[in-house]
Design a protein around this ligand. Structure first.
Ligand SMILES: Cc1cc2nc3c(=O)[nH]c(=O)nc-3n(C[C@H](O)[C@H](O)[C@H](O)COP(=O)(O)O)c2cc1C
Length: 202
């Protein structure tokens, strides 16, 4: 019998072609994001992940006013049209979830457990990835399409200023979501032999 969780995992894909007509209410999406982040594990249960959800005009502000304007200053004129199209395709979605990691918690842990000091920033990154994945996969269950973007650190300053984000929150990723207009292409996989080794199997 197929494993239910694996079947759910297969439903999460990178969806670029999205629009703003969400198949679930904003309220339901907010609850889902909170629950997914809270159920994601973190080292020492430190719960370093933080989230900001942007809908509608706030979401558009992130892509049109902040990201596009920032990129305009650094991307060569000849290729900016391509960049602009990409950014517009994100803006066409219903919203964006910004994932942050609280650096103050990491510092406190480093002081409290000096033996693991070097590991806490690494574990924070891993925890963030797990939180991102949990949200992304949960959205997929509600037929909400999403893609994971990384315009940090270019946009950090403007993001912090625009939504009065605490300076100790470090931006790690942007998950853009919306109604699925076009499904992802079939996924390809490299050979298992390259990736896995098993020892001691009966
Ligand atoms: C850590 C990480 C970083 C990624 N960064 C980006 C990104 O910056 N832009 C993007 O469009 N997709 C990004 N992706 C999405 C991957 O390209 C995508 O997950 C991969 O091609 C597999 O496709 P799937 O998501 O449909 O399974 C990222 C995925 C991961 C796990």
């Amino acid at each position: 019998m197929p494993n239910k969780f694996i079947e759910m995992m297969k439903e999460r894909r990178t969806i670029y072609n999205i629009d703003s007509s969400l198949p679930i209410s904003q309220e339901k999406l907010i609850t889902l994001v909170k629950e997914a982040v809270k159920e994601a594990p973190s080292s020492f249960n430190s719960q370093t992940s933080r989230g900001v959800i942007l809908f509608g005009d706030e979401h558009k502000k992130l892509w049109h006013n902040i990201t596009k304007e920032t990129l305009k200053e650094i991307v060569a004129k000849e290729i900016f049209t391509t960049t602009e199209k990409k950014i517009d395709s994100f803006a066409a979605g219903a919203g964006t979830i910004l994932f942050f990691e609280e650096q103050n918690v990491i510092k406190e842990l480093q002081q409290k457990f000096p033996l693991y000091a070097d590991n806490f920033p690494v574990w924070s990154e891993q925890s963030s990835g797990m939180a991102q994945y949990a949200v992304w996969a949960s959205l997929a269950q509600e037929k909400v399409g999403a893609s994971l973007q990384h315009y940090n650190p270019l946009i950090d300053e403007k993001v912090h200023a625009s939504w009065k984000i605490p300076s100790s929150w470090k931006l790690r990723a942007q998950l853009v979501f919306g109604a699925i207009k076009q499904q992802a292409n079939e996924k390809t996989y490299i050979n298992d032999d390259i990736r896995f080794k098993v020892f001691g199997e009966n």
